[in-house]
Design a protein. Sequence first.
Length: 90
Amino acid sequence: IAVSDETVVTEEGCLSIPEFYYDVERSAEITVRYTDLDGNTLERQASERLAICIQHEVDHLDGVLYIDYLSRLKRDRVIKKFEKLARRAG
């Protein structure tokens, strides 16, 4: 529900695209609202690695992968490499 103006750049990877790691810029601090297993609505502030992980996972819920933050050229290269590896494995 809120993000800081301060950003951090860290290397990210993902099980959806194994073996590929790239620098991604994300908000350094965030506030999220969520519903726990008992149906309670809660809020939590997060910073550092937890903030990055939450943003990464929320992106998945929104249909976004970390490579979507890369330039079009880099993203296209990653997709081609990934498809090539998938063909070899299949």
